[in-house]
Ligand binder design. Structure first.
Ligand code: HEM
Ligand code: NAG
Ligand code: NAG
Ligand code: NAG
Length: 338
């Protein structure tokens, strides 16, 4: 069993070993242009298709909440592994994986086998926000790519668009993310689209009442009814806020006006525990930007503590796996809280 490049043999050592934390400028020596390359590919992708910024940024949430930010989301299914791409929240919904591939290709030709796919997601998400008119910030890097992925873990953890604020508060608390983090990170819905599939229940049968969600502003509901008629095509998409290509605080203004797209959005204004943050962000964009950056950094810190590698292709584990071992320990681990 020690054939698997020491992994299995060293596992007991690893669990107790201290590891240096993720850090800004991690690739400064090993791949000095890494961050420039990522931003450049993102810029081109967003010119080609403006929505790709939102789609890539969403990948950070769906990667980090499932066993930490480890690129597990990007693994294709294999005959022996059901990965995360076809989980309930991801199937027919997550997109722009090909932009990540394109970034990886550019990085592999500049500095082969140096930059992890997990770090690509973190850099590209930051770039998507910055290139959409939102804040720009320094990201911590040095993550490793997972050797597995789990459809079940994704199904178990990722929230439904039907969720209410109190269940979302509980979910985020499991990752040591606060109520403020929940609301500011939901501001990511300032860019991008959602499908009719995600809102028909609130348009026609909220909580099984046979009636629409009463918190939807009537004119906006008419518009959504037209976009998403009962029995219509669930894959039709609508804008998550009124300025879907600009990262701004319009999302929060929309919520205050009863014009949130998803139930999980509008509920943040309906529930007293989260309403104060929504109102503040709707009035103060720079406060939203500051809190959003804090939240993205905290979410980016989530790590499983499992051994990892630098994948050559983000969709598949290296064959054989190449787990980096530094004098008997794996580097850069931070245990996922709780
Ligand atoms: C708070 C709980 C959250 C829920 C329940 C939720 C749910 C959803 C749903 C249902 C969609 C539309 C998917 C579809 O209809 O196909 C969506 C889109 C999106 N989500 Fe979230 N989300 C949450 C938090 C987040 C977070 C924390 C981020 C990133 C920091 C994020 C980023 C995005 C983006 C950017 C889109 C648009 C993607 C695109 O246009 O392709 N979401 N989300
Ligand atoms: C929120 O959603 C959870 C889970 O679906 C449910 O158990 C709870 O009753 C809801 N809370 C409120 C106040 O509606
Ligand atoms: C609304 O949902 C409830 C509970 O899920 C279900 O029993 C009922 O048939 C639905 N009504 C309609 C009109 O779809
Ligand atoms: C959306 O499109 C996919 C793939 O074309 C299809 O399998 C799925 O059933 C559609 N979903 C809905 C909700 O209509």
């Amino acid at each position: 069993m020690c054939l698997l490049s020491f992994v299995l043999c060293l596992l007991p050592v690893v669990i107790s070993a201290a590891a240096p934390p993720l850090q800004p400028g991690y690739y400064a020596k090993s791949c000095p242009n890494a961050e420039l390359i990522v931003r450049d590919v993102m810029k081109k992708a967003m010119i080609r298709e403006p929505r790709s910024g939102a789609s890539v940024m969403r990948l950070q949430f769906h990667d980090c909440f499932v066993n930490g930010c480890d690129g597990s989301l990007l693994l294709d299914d294999t005959p022996t592994m059901l990965g995360e791409k076809l989980s309930l929240s991801n199937i027919n919904s997550l997109r722009s994986y090909e932009v990540v591939d394109e970034i990886k290709e550019a990085l592999e030709s500049a500095c082969p086998r140096i930059v992890s796919c997990a770090d690509i997601i973190i850099m590209a998400s930051r770039d998507a926000v910055a290139l959409s008119g939102g804040p720009d910030w320094e990201v911590k890097l040095g993550r490793k790519d997972s050797l597995t992925a789990s459809q079940k873990d994704s199904d178990d953890i990722m929230p439904s668009p039907r969720a209410n604020a109190s269940s979302l508060i509980d979910l985020f608390a499991r990752f040591d993310l606060s109520v403020k983090d929940l609301v500011s990170l939901s501001g990511s819905h300032s860019i991008g689209n959602g499908r009719c599939f995600s809102i028909v229940f609130r348009l026609y049968n909220q909580s099984g009442t046979g009636r629409p969600d009463p918190t939807i502003e009537p004119k906006f509901r008419k518009k959504l009814d037209k976009l998403c008629p009962l029995g219509g095509d669930g894959n039709v998409t609508g804008d998550l806020d009124f300025t879907p290509h600009v990262f701004d605080n319009q999302y929060f203004k929309d919520l205050v006006n009863g014009r949130g797209f998803l139930n999980s959005d509008e509920t943040l204004f309906t529930f007293p525990e989260t309403r104060g943050y929504v109102r503040r962000y709707s009035e103060d964009e720079s406060e939203f930007f500051r809190d959003f950056v804090d939240g993205m950094i905290k979410m980016g810190d989530l790590q499983s503590g499992r051994p990892g590698e630098i994948r050559r292709n983000c969709r598949v584990v290296n064959d054989p796996p190449q787990v980096e071992v530094v004098v008997g320990e794996f580097r850069d681990r931070k245990i996922l809280s709780k």
